[in-house]
Design a protein around this ligand. Structure first.
Ligand SMILES: C[S@@+](CC[C@H](N)C(=O)[O-])C[C@H]1O[C@@H](n2cnc3c(N)ncnc32)[C@H](O)[C@@H]1O
Length: 270
């Protein structure tokens, strides 16, 4: 099999971290997400995944947050079978294949043009592909305006500098009349600490963004109202984590403030 060598900048390269994490989860004895498309994709890349030094916390944490975001998409499209789904900063994720949305759903996978080009070479699927820098206004012109819209932003928040994540979400919620935003949240501390993480260090990323109060996005002028904050240390799937990660996560789950520094899913209506 001819393998493709990805030519990506460090921020784009973070998609290989999450791809690899989900691929490793798929081959674990008790997978959390079990997405074998991800291992097939990783195998088709000519890339030194070993340099990313993925630890169990990153592998299972990534799989768990993907599973929770998938659940949010499935719940939304079950109620709105004519929905539009936007996967912002989609990387090489195969969320649409996992979620199997109703046929009338229009699914948009959006990322930098270089990533969308790579995605197009590797995956034949029926989503709309949009290659754009999300921080440059105007890319929303590709999207319908009059349908319930589910916005997913997984692993994206830390990499949009300053207040560009807020501005970008505001642009989407102005364009799309009504819907939901679901993302994995990072606190300011978690974002600061990220640069010391071996996998992020390996990619040479030095700065990342986050916010602490789950209500903060309600002040972005994007008409967002918090629906829920899920602290993933308390998810039942933690029982499938290998030891000692399971025990450590269950210990962390006792404290809401410590749990907030780990994986959390935030959902907002607009
Ligand atoms: C950590 S990866 C997550 C990818 C995917 N959501 C996943 O879970 O595998 C972050 C992604 O955000 C994309 N990204 C970061 N900044 C972006 C921007 N300004 N415009 C478009 N995409 C961006 C990167 O290219 C990358 O694919």
């Amino acid at each position: 099999m001819l393998r493709i060598r990805p030519d990506l900048d460090p921020i784009q390269e973070t998609l290989l971290l999450t791809l690899r994490a989900r691929a490793l989860d798929a081959s674990a004895p008790t997978p959390i997400l079990g997405d074998t498309h991800q291992s097939e994709l990783a195998d088709r890349l000519d890339y030194d995944f070993a340099k990313l030094e993925l630890k169990p916390s990153l592998i299972y944490g990534t799989a768990l947050r993907a599973r929770k975001l998938d659940d949010a998409v499935r719940a939304f499209t079950a109620v709105h079978p004519n929905a539009v789904v936007l996967d912002l900063g989609c990387g090489l994720d195969t969320r649409m294949l996992r979620c199997e949305p109703p046929a009338e759903v229009d699914w948009y996978d959006i990322d930098y043009p270089e990533v969308i080009d790579l995605r197009g070479q590797l995956l034949s699927q029926s989503s709309h592909l949009v290659g754009a820098d999300l921080t440059h206004p105007g890319w929303t012109r590709h999207l319908p305006t009059d349908r319930p819209t589910m916005i997913i932003a997984e692993g994206l928040l830390p990499f949009l500098p300053g207040d560009t994540f807020h501005t970008m979400i505001r642009e989407v919620t102005i364009h799309c009349a009504t819907g939901e935003l679901a993302l994995n949240g990072y606190t300011r501390f978690a974002a600061w600490a990220m640069k010391y993480h071996p996998s992020i260090k390996a990619l040479g990323i030095r700065a990342a963004q986050g916010f602490d109060d789950p209500h903060e996005p309600e002040t972005w002028g994007a008409r967002l109202t918090l629906i829920e904050e899920q602290l993933l240390t308390r998810a039942r799937e933690v029982a499938l984590f290998p030891q000692p990660l399971r025990a450590l996560t269950q210990l962390t789950a006792r404290s809401a403030s410590l749990s907030r520094q780990a994986n959390r899913i935030l959902r907002y209506g607009f």
